[in-house]
Design a protein around this ligand. Structure first.
Ligand code: IMP
Length: 427
């Protein structure tokens, strides 16, 4: 039975929320496997428009169990608010499970991240300041607090006391900030424990049983591969792996169970936060794309940096994820443009290269080498069949397939579920 991973193939914000929402209809389990509330998934469905941060997009389907996997970092305050908001809008959230191995974001993670970013000044990463990096740092440093620790308040007390003693030294002695109160945090997290304990379990075991019963599982990516700490534009990356390998690890599913990896690309390219982006357009066209597509962060509201499709970066993300097929989203955004460009190589130090360099110092020097294609200048939003797309739009998609070396199975031409061309089903 299918286990499908939906993976961000650029710098996040590729429109995964819509694709996942659409595919969730057929899934019995939808699993978030990485990141935390730094993600922002916009979903437009018959219930309305929703901006999810932490809750898996499967939450809208009554028959689907939504799982927050072990690879996620959970801010329980954000989860409380998100679930309350969904309930207030009539969405049943009773089928939510949280991995006992998922780490918790604690108040000191958020405070320390803010201080670190301030201290970096002009070299700041431009993080979402949700405490994501510090929470993953504690996970690796073995000082984190996990959802499972909420199931035993004495364990919680002990782990919090040890962690906070150290964090308060950092806050007061390094940053000259105020110490945080143990009692306040402990009382707060005991309340979260009372609310979430019934949902906390070994979700990896639950998923293994589901797979054994042949039930379809969907792994919902957050962020994108170019933000991966290993393969992204380090250090301008996030702190957990948004890749297919990260999906297996963060959901607790063996790699040989994955049946399809769907790479999601926008028909162009965007980025939020700092770090190199070779095809960024600091001109009229970049502004036009931003305004046409309303490219502003779902979580932060920050304007997104816009640019042409980067096939050099795309080849890297296709290779390291092993995409079986691609979803190209927001093709309709390009409807009005008279000319389109695709970056096929980079010119750096007098040479043309076609591989994505590891070094950000090299990346900032890369000048894109472009191939130009004519725009179709026709509306695509109502198309449901590939051959009904304007011929120039078909050529654009076919060229992307050639350059990335992978077939396009889904094309999104609007926000709603039905505004999608499905050339090959993944379930
Ligand atoms: P962090 O994940 O908050 O630590 O932020 C690190 C970098 O990843 C920053 O450049 C963020 O803007 C970026 N980032 C994190 N989450 C997302 C996302 O969901 N979409 C796009 N960019 C993201």
């Amino acid at each position: 039975m299918p286990v499908v991973a939906v993976i961000g193939a650029q710098w996040g914000d590729e429109g995964k929320g819509k694709i996942v929402d659409m595919l969730s209809e057929k899934a019995k389990y939808v699993v978030r496997f990485s990141g935390g509330d730094n993600a922002g998934h916009t979903v437009v469905n018959p219930h309305g428009e929703f901006k999810l941060r932490l809750t898996p997009s499967g939450i809208f389907y009554k028959e689907t169990t939504s799982v927050i996997g072990n690879g996620v970092v959970v801010n329980p305050a954000v989860l409380n608010k998100e679930i309350d908001d969904l309930n207030a809008r009539g969405i049943d959230t009773s089928r939510l499970l949280i991995s006992d191995r998922a780490h918790l974001i604690m108040p000191y993670h958020i405070v320390i991240e803010g201080l670190e970013e301030e201290a970096l000044g002009g070299k700041a990463i431009g993080t979402t300041r949700k405490g994501i990096g510090p929470a993953y740092a504690d996970k690796v440093a073995r000082t984190g607090i996990r959802a499972g620790d909420l199931l035993d308040k004495e364990v919680l007390r002990e782990r919090l006391a040890t962690a906070l003693e150290n964090k308060n030294k950092i806050l007061t002695k390094i940053y000259g900030a105020d110490a945080l109160s143990f009692d306040d945090i402990y009382t707060q997290y005991c309340q979260y424990a009372d609310r979430w304990a019934p949902c906390i379990c070994d979700t990896s075991a639950v998923l293994a049983e589901a797979i054994a019963r042949n039930e379809p599982v969907l792994l919902e990516g957050a962020q994108g591969t170019l933000l991966d700490p290993d393969y992204g534009t380090y250090p301008y990356t996030t702190s957990s792996s948004p890749m297919a390998a990260g999906a297996c690890l963060g959901a607790g599913i063996a790699p040989n169970k994955l049946t399809h990896t769907l790479g999601v690309f926008k028909a162009y390219q965007t980025r939020v936060g700092a770090g190199p982006m070779p095809t960024e357009l600091n001109d009229e066209t970049g502004n036009a794309i931003r305004e046409l597509a309303q490219e502003y962060g779902t979580v932060s509201g920050r304007p997104r940096r816009c640019g042409w499709f980067d096939a050099v970066a795309a080849r890297l993300t296709a290779r390291v994820n092993g995409f079986n097929s691609l979803a190209i989203t927001r093709l309709d955004v390009l409807d009005k443009l008279p000319r389109l460009r695709i970056c096929t190589g980079y010119k750096v130090d007098g040479q043309v290269i076609d591989n994505f360099p590891a070094s950000t110092t090299t990346l900032v020097k890369c000048q894109p080498v472009y191939e130009d294609l004519p725009g179709w200048q026709k509306t695509t939003g109502k198309t449901r069949v590939f051959n009904d797309l304007p011929v120039k739009a078909q050529k654009y998609i076919k060229r992307l397939e050639e350059l990335v070396g992978c077939p396009v199975s889904h094309i999104s031409i609007g926000q709603r579920r039905e505004e999608t061309i499905v050339r090959k089903s993944v379930f």
